[in-house]
Design a protein around this ligand. Structure first.
Ligand code: 13P
Length: 254
């Protein structure tokens, strides 16, 4: 099917210049599977993007953690897609649950952002996921389908989209989804894409999992047929991120 394993490191709002340099030098020194096997993208806070981009090994790429919903202008505190393109930042994370919950980003707003960023030539890691309440109410699939629909309605080309399923209850909690739970939702998402977009998009779009992924649980998750990689938070700031990248080997031998 040709879905290259994808590992993203979302550093969130963490790091000092010294800490960033240390993480970069650890990553630069690591012996890892080749670019043919795994695509690695790290996402530092905006202010560290130029430093990380200029010092990180060439086989890794960088992502911003957000960008504005339309062309830049009088939007104090925002960073536009055009600016990311100008700095040669290839990727952006959009719709992270922390922004949806803390900053009130709606499905529609996230969909608009995804469409705008793609239109500017950025590649997008689009995040979706249900809360614990929604899962317990049995509405997980409906919730992630609605989040995906708001994106699908606004874009026509999925080539530059990676879909990140991140159940909110698993983020930063140490409570990782079981491989079966992750596989079930990824399978449903792929089925949704097949029915509502088209079979080609369903077969080729990477659906990655995020939420308490670490060096210990990554292999079992990576072995699931519809898990095409990870979006890693806390562990992406630590040397174990390297072990998570290496879990791509599980796919190669599958
Ligand atoms: O939100 C996440 C990645 O975007 C996941 O965070 P943790 O890996 O810290 O749970």
């Amino acid at each position: 099917m040709g879905r290259k394993f994808f590992v993203g490191g979302n550093w969130k709002c963490n790091g000092t210049t010294e800490e960033v340099k240390k993480i970069v030098s650890t990553l630069n020194a690591a012996e890892l599977p080749s670019e043919d096997v795994v695509e690695v993208v790290v996402s530092p806070p905006f202010v560290f993007l130029p430093l990380v981009k200029s010092s990180l090994r060439a086989d890794f790429h960088v992502a911003a953690q957000n960008c504005w919903v339309k062309k830049g202008g009088a939007y104090t505190g925002e960073v536009s897609a055009e600016m990311l393109v100008n700095l040669d930042i290839p990727w952006v994370i959009l719709g992270h649950s922390e922004r949806r919950a803390l900053l009130g980003e709606s499905n529609e707003f996230v969909g608009d952002k995804v469409a705008y960023a793609l239109g500017q030539g950025l590649k997008v890691i689009a995040c979706i996921g249900e809360t614990l309440e929604q899962r317990e109410a049995g509405s997980t699939v409906d919730v992630v389908a609605a989040q995906t629909k708001a994106i699908a309605e606004r874009i026509s080309d999925w080539t530059n989209v990676v879909l990140a399923y991140e159940p909110v209850w698993a983020i930063g909690t140490g409570k990782v989804a079981t491989p079966a739970q992750a596989q079930e939702v990824h399978f449903e998402l792929r089925k949704w894409l097949q029915t509502n977009v088209n079979p080609q998009v369903a077969a080729s779009t990477r659906i990655i999992y995020g939420g308490s992924v670490n060096g210990g649980n990554c292999k079992e998750l990576a072995a699931q047929p519809d898990v095409d990689g990870f979006l890693v938070g806390g562990a992406s700031l630590k040397p174990e991120f390297i072990d998570i990248i290496k879990s791509a080997e599980v796919k190669k031998s599958a």
